[in-house]
Design a protein around this ligand. Structure first.
Ligand SMILES: NC(=O)c1ccc[n+]([C@@H]2O[C@H](COP(=O)([O-])OP(=O)(O)OC[C@H]3O[C@@H](n4cnc5c(N)ncnc54)[C@H](OP(=O)(O)O)[C@@H]3O)[C@@H](O)[C@H]2O)c1
Length: 289
């Protein structure tokens, strides 16, 4: 197939493109910089289209002769009103791509609780906008476990840096991570399978405290992890002092774990039964190897 990958220079996109090439697909990437800031230059068979999804004039011929597209874009890394930017980007994509046979989007699992997370809500909104003009297979995932994935890097850095981790009680909330290679398998299978719909994906549920403990065990480090009645606002000020992370990114991680984030994986298991997500410990061992 002729496949467009948006967000190709990001963490997921950079791993997806070589897998698509290996499966014999023709790949066009939509990127804001012709040469990726992180990682190597695009290999020769990749058709590089330079454009910005928030600027519709830059998308003129991006969708020409494309059968299917991946939507792997979010602007959390940039400060300011990321939700408005992500809304504009999704609207421009949907307007420019109405005749696409298939769009595959990796978003996030929303909270079922009344106090929302702006980031997770924005991920759901993007899926809704894409569906307004295209058949969409939307995967909703918790944190991706892989070296270079922002939430996993944060876990690793906190574990390495702090012998005593005093953290808000929300680290006891259950969330459902997924190994990055498993998420990539879902993304690839969706191209073969005509399966529009929303699929929540993830391995076993566990708390951030359990994940920190497992990371410490893998590193062979002794760590004391104390959930405390620490206000989120204080944690927000402390985290960027301890690990290299921007404050607005830290805020969205703290908001995202303020409630349990659990996936209903039954629809994904029914349609993609060959993917049996790795347990967190194995995923983390693989990522850190
Ligand atoms: N990583 C995770 O743990 C995780 C978990 C669940 C779901 N997801 C979902 O997976 C998808 C990809 O995430 P990721 O971790 O790969 O993110 P990432 O590394 O931050 O990559 C995001 C990509 O989006 C691109 N982008 C942002 N604004 C754009 C715009 N206006 N026009 C064109 N491109 C734009 C960025 O381009 P530049 O390179 O130019 O900045 C970047 O390459 C997202 O939808 C995210 O919600 C990720």
């Amino acid at each position: 197939m002729r496949v467009l990958v948006t967000g190709a220079a990001g963490y997921v996109g950079q791993q997806l493109v070589p897998r698509l090439l290996a499966q014999g697909h023709q790949v066009r990437v939509l990127v804001r910089e012709a040469r990726p800031a992180r990682g190597p230059a695009w290999p020769a068979p990749v058709d590089v289209a330079v454009g910005d999804l928030t600027d519709s004039t830059s998308l003129a011929s991006v969708f020409d002769r494309i059968d299917a597209a991946y939507y792997l874009v979010h602007s959390l890394r940039t400060a300011g009103d990321f939700a408005a930017r992500d809304r504009a980007a999704a609207e421009n994509f949907a307007r420019a791509a109405p005749r696409l046979g298939r769009v595959i989007y990796l978003g996030g699992i929303p909270h079922r609780a009344p106090r929302p997370s702006a980031y997770l809500d924005s991920r759901v909104e993007v899926g809704r906008i894409l569906r307004s003009t295209c058949p969409v297979t939307e995967f909703r995932a918790g944190p991706l476990i892989g070296a270079g994935s922002a939430p996993f890097d944060l876990l690793c850095r906190l574990t390495q840096r702090l012998p005593l981790i005093v953290a808000p009680r929300s680290i006891l909330n259950a969330i459902q991570p997924i190994a990055a290679p498993d998420a990539l398998r879902y993304l690839l299978l969706a191209l073969e399978r005509d399966a529009p719909g929303v699929f929540e994906i993830g391995a076993e549920a566990l708390s951030v405290k359990q994940m920190l403990r497992i990371c410490a065990e893998i590193y062979g480090l002794k760590r004391v992890i104390v959930p405390a009645p620490l206000p989120g606002a204080l944690a927000l000020r402390l985290i960027p002092l301890l690990v290299p992370i921007r404050q607005h990114v830290a805020r969205h991680f703290i908001e995202a774990i303020a409630h349990p984030v659990l996936a209903d994986t039954r629809p994904a298991q029914a349609v993609f039964p060959e993917v049996q997500p790795l347990p967190f410990r194995q995923a983390a061992e693989l990522a850190l190897a």
